[in-house]
Design a protein around this ligand. Structure first.
Ligand code: PLP
Length: 450
């Protein structure tokens, strides 16, 4: 049998690429070959609507010639020269200065990485090293939350709060303690108490158990993405910050998803009006055109890290000039096209479309969003809020993609959307209609009828 070029690519992929896999990952992968705006085209010429912005990052959309031109020019000028230990480069310096002006005012220092997992490894090491340099080396514990996702390193991976990412990889990093996530829809988690009151009491209790003098930092996504776009009550982060301050514990915001316009501000720290000590970012910093991550670090932490000598941790690609040039071009577009305010207005529009299209379906428990991070939580029963059972062989997001070409993601019993911030109203309607066409056929047992 002769294979079509698309089938040949898929076969070669199967023969040579090790992909990440969890139950519910499609067995037959779509091979994408082109992207423009919010649209993608696969190797067979089929068109898709990208309602997830790749892996939650394509802020400015696909196929921007302006960014490609910048990368091309930078590769000709200086593609890379050695690491950041003894040298620096003009583009990384310009980007660091720009990030410091966008970040909350105490965060003026930048540590570059190539992505989010590397960023969280660096952040956890920075937190421990900060205390070590200040003579408090006993502060090694990291507080995290269930349902958190902090990447796949051993540090961030241990802080990740899904057992499925730990199974088979033991021993994970010791001295990590998980707290209850802020997920107001799941009232059962708080035994009838106000969610924030419950969570603050739990935090205080855990600090007392471990001992404040043993705790380096708490790490958290301001809005938990992989957990299902879990939006905390408005008073949660300010109150957490107050408790941590009282105990000398650093706050690391993992803004790998939420930064660079996704929630309608440059950083979700600004949305929640809190000042973390370290913010980890990646993804939207380049809209995915090249890998890059950046930690924004406070003056106080930096001073301790750098006293006497520098911070003894470097990656080969710290401050890669091509990635930095691409990030600068990406930030230019976000600014020029007012994508921060667009994230708010389009996010509200898309939320309204989802409510119109799905609000009457008994399996839709809650629709929640901040800016262009949206989730539709699926339940078997609206009264009991029992999570909708999922059939890994026939997941709603997979059927939606196959039948309609609209790409959404599955995240812990929720369908999540994080489209490019340039999404049009027409595309928002298309996404909502596509989701309805499958969810209206989804039974409370999780079966999808023909
Ligand atoms: N942190 C968060 C909140 C994420 O959502 C992700 C990835 O989705 C990561 C960290 C890991 O980033 P990366 O995949 O770039 O290593």
């Amino acid at each position: 049998m002769t294979l079509t070029p698309a089938q040949q690519l898929a076969a070669t992929d199967r023969a040579h690429i090790i992909h990440p896999y969890l139950p519910g990952t499609a067995e037959e992968r779509v091979v994408m070959t082109e992207g423009k705006g919010c649209r993608l085209t696969d190797a067979e010429g089929r068109s898709y609507l990208d309602a997830t912005g790749g892996l939650w990052l394509a802020q400015v959309g696909h196929g921007r010639k302006e960014i490609a031109d910048v990368a091309h020019a930078q590769m000709q000028q200086l593609e890379y020269f050695t690491s950041f230990w003894e040298f620096s480069n003009d583009k990384a310096i310009q980007l660091a200065e720009r990030l410091a002006t966008l970040a909350p005012d105490n965060l003026n220092h930048v540590y570059f990485t190539s992505g989010g997992s590397e960023g969280n490894e660096a952040a956890i090491k920075m937190a421990r090293y900060y205390h070590h340099r200040r003579g408090e080396g006993s502060r090694t514990w990291i507080l995290a939350r269930d349902k958190a996702y902090h990447g796949i390193g051993y540090g961030g991976g241990s802080a990740t709060g899904f057992p499925v990412y730990h199974e088979g990889f033991a021993p994970m990093m010791p001295h990590v303690s998980h707290l209850t996530p802020p997920w107001p829809y799941r009232t059962e988690l708080y035994g009838g108490a106000d969610p924030t009151d419950f969570l603050i009491a739990e935090l205080e209790g855990r600090i007392a158990e471990i001992g404040a003098s043993n705790i380096a930092a708490m790490i958290g996504e301001p809005i938990m993405g992989v957990g299902g776009m879990l939006v905390p009550p408005a008073d949660y982060w300010p109150r957490v910050r107050e408790v941590l301050d009282r105990h000398g514990i650093l706050l690391i915001f993992d803004e790998v998803v939420t930064a660079y316009g996704r929630v309608g501000e440059w950083f979700a720290a600004q949305h929640f009006d809190v000042k973390p000590d370290i913010i980890t970012t990646a993804k939207g910093i380049t809209s995915g055109y090249t890998p890059l991550g950046a930690l924004l670090v406070s003056d106080e932490v930096t001073e301790a890290l750098l006293q006497d000598h520098g911070f003894p941790m470097g990656y080969t690609y710290n401050g890669h000039p091509v990635a930095a040039a691409v990030a600068l071009a990406n930030l230019d577009i976000i600014e020029r096209e007012n994508l921060l305010s667009r994230a708010v207005t389009m996010g509200e529009y898309l939320h309204a479309q989802l409510t119109d299209a799905l609000g009457d379906l008994p399996i839709v428990g809650e629709i929640r969003s901040v800016g262009m991070m949206l989730a539709v939580e699926l339940v078997a029963d609206r009264e009991t809020r029992t999570p909708l059972p999922m059939n890994p062989a026939r997941m709603p997001h997979d059927v939606i993609r196959r039948e309609t070409g609209v790409i959404v993601r599955d995240s812990a019993h929720s369908l999540v959307l994080s489209p490019p911030l340039i999404m049009t109203e027409q595309e928002a309607k298309e996404a909502a209609t596509a989701m309805r066409s499958v969810l209206e056929r989804t039974t409370p047992a999780g079966d999808i009828t023909k």
